[in-house]
Design a protein around this ligand. Sequence first.
Ligand code: FAD
Ligand code: NAD
Length: 478
Amino acid sequence: MRTSYDVIVIGAGPAGYHAAIRAAQLGLNTACIDKSLGKDGKPAYGGTCLNWGCIPSKALLDSSHKFVDANQHFAEIGIKVGKVSADIPKMMAHKDKVVAQLTGGVAALFKGNGVNGLPGTGKLLAGRQVEYTNHEGAVATLSAEHVILAPGSVPVDIPPAPLTDDLIVDSTGALEFQSVPKRLGIIGAGVIGLELGSVWNRLGSEVVVLEALDSFLPMADDRIARDGLKLLRGQGLDIRLGTRVMGAEVAAGAVNVSYQDKDGDQSLTVDKLIVAVGRRPYTEGLLDPDSGVNLDERGFLYVNDLCATDAPNVYAVGDVVRGPMLAHKGMEEGIMVAERIAGQKPLVNYDCVPSVVYTHPEIAWVGKTEQELKASGDAYNVGSFPFAANGRALAANDTDGFVKIIADAETDRILGVHILGAGASELIAQAVIAMEFDACAEDLGLTMFAHPTLSEAVHEAALGVAGHAVHMINRKKK
Ligand code: FAD
Ligand code: NAD
């Protein structure tokens, strides 16, 4: 086995595998060490995202959405299907097939681009040496000119709700239920709680979500969060804000959860409980005390704006460093670091990281929220447009939500875009592109959008910033 490289990457999640592939494409001799194993016990590159995160959750979100459409909404547009039933093992098999296809795809990309994939564990020693232990326990010491750390994150545990084999689970366990729990409890109304809560609610569970905060999705724009909460509650998600979980005990095959809210002590019995209260950086066993890499006060690997750690030529990217724990943020960091190692000068624009919650309707945003701008005292204008007035949304019988664009009052530069609606995850890309190009709301207003499309709601919201939306009553007084 080769032991000396230009670049060694530890971790093959989205941050690490993007870094490794790009480095190899740029002609650098690259190895990528990753310890994840798939369900078949074989190495499975792709990290949390591909194995037990973004991809399996979206497979179940899509399948369960189609199930609800068939069961509840087809009849509204004249398609009679009768009572539709869900085949959960088959849904799970579809999800697993997609996961296997994509993790296998990363292995093929490694091979094709010349990345030396090394299944096993990596530990950074002093002087950019890396201790590599393969799955059979053989240990080798490798060295590199540059090391990129991308070990990702793991779910946070909370003492009142310790995980059990299959009744109290984290997000990974919640992607594996083989039947629909009749009563499902979820601790945390964050992204995972809402997405997995939606999956199981759609498939028939009675879902109760216990959220510690009094506010719902505080990082989203207030109006989006308010309307989103109303719509999700309308679908049957029983979201209880301002709750404090005190304990969770397994008894007679069920879970008894005790919690407090403004009215005092409460209890709840569920068949399964999902703990989804955030994720933390995963650095166990990663660093030798002499590695020269430091952690910040919250346990993230400390890096500067260019993802450089305190150790020379050692970088860290993805969930293990500051910033949102999102796959695309890690991918861009991985690519930036690889290209910088090769002598190029790219930057990651942390002001333009889109966020998406894949509920239905989807919730997506980029840039500043209105409440942030109010707090900072910046003057702004807002344009918004409801999907209920959009021809394509009406044709699709899917009209909940709206697009909201916030622009600087003086320069008209777009400061934030917030979307609640079907297809928000795709529509938000238009906003990200506009903001990357420093566009004004007027620039979007002057752009031609195909008709009839959901995108026209973005166009109309942009026109609305200056009060020009066409499909709104907006008459000048004579
Ligand atoms: P990871 O994906 O966690 O990968 C790290 C890899 O490094 C793992 O394979 C790990 O085994 C390996 N590793 C760790 N330490 C070592 C070591 N010492 N030696 C060798 N290997 C090591 N984000 C989105 O943007 N969109 C979504 O829709 C989305 N959905 C999600 C749904 C769920 C249920 C979850 C849990 C997360 C979701 N995320 C989503 C978040 C996303 O998965 C993470 O932001 C992303 O995977 C982080 O990428 P990463 O490369 O930093 O780390
Ligand atoms: P999160 O931070 O999104 O939400 C956690 C929620 O749990 C918060 O609302 C928090 O107030 C609440 N909470 C914390 N402690 C609690 C307690 N003791 N009792 C009740 N509520 C409590 O975290 P998550 O949903 O676990 O997701 C983890 C990460 O994974 C997120 O940072 C997210 O970026 C990423 N992720 C992204 C996507 C996506 O992009 N669509 C999907 C899933 C996960």
